[in-house]
Design a protein around this ligand. Structure first.
Ligand code: BJW
Ligand code: ZN
Length: 246
């Protein structure tokens, strides 16, 4: 049993609006590797090497192959206890929003109602020439990088380094965070911007911030509390505690 602080329990008991900011660590217990650190399957190269437009244009097949490999892993993954416990928060609080950097759909599969995807969705694709959008099934079995009917290259609908996040999604995330009563920051190294501005935005707006991570992150020092442990253990324990109080 984790001993939660009195301050956290007090904040939760009066809270109406709860926000979860999540990163790849929340899906680690579903078998999806994180991007960085010793546990990351991608540790042989930096994500910057593949998750950028220049790398794609230089070698579309290599980048496409990486995404197909990851899609296979994601398609066989299921939401874990952490995703499911976040969904459970909706039973106890009137407003719960998940703002995720993940592209893996697992919050949706877990049943969360309000999800903002900051970095897109790996199951969608679009043409870099005519912008036509394609669902995942169209190129499901393409081992090499496919082309659109216009001849343009097809890319995953995700946000690469050097690309802007969807402006309205990010603006909504900022507003949601600023008006929250409590913000949990779970499973992110908090080194990738502008997503890493959101926990800071919460702090600047006087919102109570709690990190959930197996180790301290780049922003631990500016947040109100750090709960060290796997999200698949910590968040279900929090729900148990809340259920016992309400
Ligand atoms: C557990 C756990 C368990 C493990 N339980 N926890 C300002 C300052 C400096 C740089 C910049 C800046 N502004 C912009 C930049 C440049 C750049 C950037 O941030 N670079 C940094 C690396 C320094 N940002 C961008 O380029 C962004 N665009 C932008 O700013 O546009 C404006 C612009 C335009 C033109 C030119 C320049 C700027 C876009 C960023 C897009 C990031 N895209 C990726 C790929 C998405 C698609 C895909 O999936 O392939 O997003 S990169 C990758 O990193 C992915 C992730 O969403 C993101 C964050 O990673 P995350 O989730 O935090 O994972 P990890 O692995 O880093 O951490 C895992 C954590 O989990 C760890 O802490 C573990 O301890 C923990 N953990 N198991 C709980 N069981
Ligand atoms: Zn096209």
């Amino acid at each position: 049993m984790i001993a939660f602080s009195e301050k956290l329990i007090e904040k939760l008991s009066g809270a109406q609006r709860v926000v979860f900011l999540t990163g790849s660590g929340i899906s680690a217990e579903s078998g999806i590797p994180t991007f960085r650190g010793n546990e990351g399957l991608w540790k042989n190269f930096r994500p910057e090497e593949l998750a950028n437009f220049k790398a794609f244009i230089k070698n579309p097949a290599r980048v496409w192959e990486w995404y197909q490999f990851r899609r296979d892993i994601i398609l066989s993954a299921k939401p874990n206890a952490g995703h499911l416990a976040i969904r459970e928060f909706e039973k106890f609080f009137p407003s719960v929003t998940v703002v995720t950097q993940n592209v893996d759909n697992l919050h949706r599969l877990a049943g969360s109602s309000n999800i903002l995807e900051l970095h897109g969705n790996i199951m969608k694709n679009y043409c870099i020439r005519c912008s036509k959008r394609y669902d995942f099934q169209t190129f499901e079995n393409s081992l090499s990088s496919p082309k659109c009917e216009c001849g343009g290259l097809i890319r995953p609908d995700v946000v690469w380094f050097g690309e802007n996040l969807n402006e309205s999604v990010f603006a909504e995330a900022e507003d949601t965070v600023a008006s929250a009563d409590i913000v949990f920051v779970a499973g992110s190294s908090n080194i990738v911007y502008p997503a890493a501005l959101l926990p800071q935005h919460a702090v600047n707006n006087g919102v109570y911030t709690v990190e959930i991570n197996i180790e301290r992150s780049e922003l631990s020092g500016v947040l109100d509390e750090v709960l060290l442990g796997p999200s698949g253990t910590v968040i279900p324990e929090l729900i148990k505690k809340i259920a016992g109080q309400k």
